[in-house]
Design a protein around this ligand. Structure first.
Ligand code: TEU
Length: 502
């Protein structure tokens, strides 16, 4: 399983409103205690922070806000000493407009770097095609006054898209990958990896998609070739190195293609389940889709409910009981879970008043700093962090929740331990279990014939009678009845992990 850290908000090594790499290192005990296997850190590279680090000005350094390369090396060594894997965030689709490559490209049409980006002629009133940028419904093109051409940006104008049709760009980004692999990282979370190849001729998006960001639609054969190149590079390194790609296409069938024939991504984010409400019938469709498109292709799925781009799932689903029960989906379904720092505290999104909004994509709430203690500075040395604290931080903080064995934090730890010790939960096959409407239940069958596991999550509003689930409750979302025979009734918004009697 993976645990995502948003470095600006995780922890600081000195009194500061923003986090840093040394702060993460100082908190690794928390991750070991929880039972985390691998950490993915969002960008910490030098950046003007127009998109909070996803606008990179130097792919091979650390922004002074977060430390320096020595701090990174120290963090990596500390992770490895504890048996934790570390993935860094590779942002191959675009750079910052302050990156020296773009500064050079923009300096003149004849600059050798010009063709590292995507430029088009035209008149300044009519963008080259109808592609729409992310975050705001504006064209994905900006007119450059100095050189009288448009440049493409699927995200902010400060994030020009690289031209991966230029072999020099491919080579440069491979160089970036080598830089981090040579330092010893275990792989990459690859930002909007489906965006890097572009359909030849840059055709318009279909008219029925007008207003939909092109970044959620870009899906072309060229990208698969480019990913195969990245995979080949990775496979040339000793040890297990991993490509976990962000394929932001809201179709599991499309996401699945980015696994290739075992020669593209090792793992891909599959976001349709993240956008699925607390509704058993809808979840059953997502689970069936994942099985059909990912499992049956021989690929390995991922499950994610929260990250730095979306309202936290506790807030979306409405309350802690559902956040607790949702963990049984994340850790119990076949695949690798990706957790987002703070979900083990059952954090709600912070309430961010208009004058404190900083993100152009309106995603500040889920990026609030992690409260480590109940004191007014919550372990940060300053009372005013870069974003408001999440609600109820004086009670809902690491120190207090770790001290309380009934807390959601302990539930995360117990279920992670149960997963680690069960071959069925780690690698087992999945078979749906027949249960009444409103409930999702499934059996995991151990590949080595060791004990099966049954999981059931009640998303209906009523208690459900489950005649097909018998055995001993190993973990319950509210902690009740663990070690006892399952009573046969699962109340609303509750989930259980059962060691079946048969
Ligand atoms: O996200 C890709 C992406 O498509 C999101 O921006 C999404 O459209 C939006 O968040 C929906 O609310 C990745 C990163 O995760 C994100 O933080 C970056 O802003 C983006 O790429 C650009 O690098």
């Amino acid at each position: 399983m993976f645990y995502q850290i948003y470095p600006r908000s995780y922890a600081s090594s000195d009194p500061s409103p923003t986090g840093d790499l040394a702060g993460i290192e100082a908190r690794l005990d928390h991750l070991s205690w929880l039972g985390v296997d691998a950490v993915w850190i969002s960008p910490f590279y030098p950046s003007p922070q127009a998109d909070f680090g996803y606008d990179v000005a130097d792919f091979c350094d650390v922004d002074p806000t977060f430390g320096d390369l020595a701090a990174f090396d120290s963090l990596l060594a500390a992770c490895h000493e504890r048996g934790l894997r570390l993935l860094v965030d590779l942002v191959p689709n675009h750079t910052s407009d302050q990156h020296p490559w773009f500064v050079a490209a923009r300096s003149g049409r004849d600059d050798p770097r010009r063709d590292w980006y995507i430029w088009r002629d035209g008149d300044r009133e009519t963008p080259p095609n109808n592609w729409v940028a992310a975050f705001r419904p504006v064209p994905a093109w900006t007119w450059d006054d100095a050189t009288d051409q448009w440049y493409l940006h699927q995200f902010l104008p400060e994030q020009p898209d690289l031209n991966w049709d230029n072999p020099a760009v491919v080579e440069a980004m491979h160089g970036v990958m080598r830089f981090w692999l040579d330092r010893g990282v275990d792989g990459f979370r690859v930002d909007v990896v489906h965006g890097i190849g572009k359909e030849p001729g840059l055709p318009d998006d279909p008219p029925e998609m007008a207003g939909v960001p092109h970044a959620t639609l870009n899906d072309t054969a060229r990208t698969h070739e480019l990913i195969r190149g990245m995979r080949e590079l990775l496979d040339g390194y000793p040890g297990d190195r991993l490509l976990l790609g962000e394929v932001y296409l809201l179709s599991t069938e499309k996401v699945a293609r980015y696994y290739g024939d075992g020669d593209e991504l090792h793992l891909a984010f599959n976001f349709p389940p993240l956008y699925t409400p607390w509704d058993a019938a809808r979840w059953q469709v997502q689970i069936a889709d994942t099985r059909r498109h990912i499992d049956e292709r021989g690929a390995w799925a991922t499950w994610v409910l929260s990250n730095h781009d979306n309202v936290r799932h506790r807030t979306r689903y409405g309350g802690e009981p559902r956040a607790r029960a949702a963990l049984f989906l994340l850790l119990g379904l076949r695949g690798s879970p990706v957790l987002y720092a703070g979900e083990e505290l059952g954090l709600d999104d912070a309430v961010v008043p208009p004058e404190r909004v900083v993100d152009p994509g309106g995603r500040d709430g889920c990026r609030a700093p992690i409260p480590w203690t109940g004191a007014p500075d919550h372990g940060w040395g300053v009372t005013d962090a870069w974003l408001p604290w999440p609600p109820d931080a004086s009670n809902r903080n690491v120190e207090d929740l770790v001290a309380d064995e009934t807390s959601i934090t302990h539930l995360y730890r117990r279920l992670l331990a149960a997963r680690k010790s069960s071959a069925a939960l780690r690698d087992g096959d999945h078979t749906p279990v027949d249960v009444p409407d409103g409930v999702v239940a499934w059996r995991r069958t151990a590949p080595d014939g060791s004990g099966d596991r049954i999981l059931a999550v009640n998303m209906g509003g009523e208690p459900a009678r489950l005649t097909t689930v018998t055995g001993t409750v190993l973990v319950a979302s509210d902690g009740a009845g663990e070690g006892d025979e399952f009573s046969g009734t699962l109340s609303a918004d509750r989930a259980v992990l059962v060691d079946p009697a048969d």
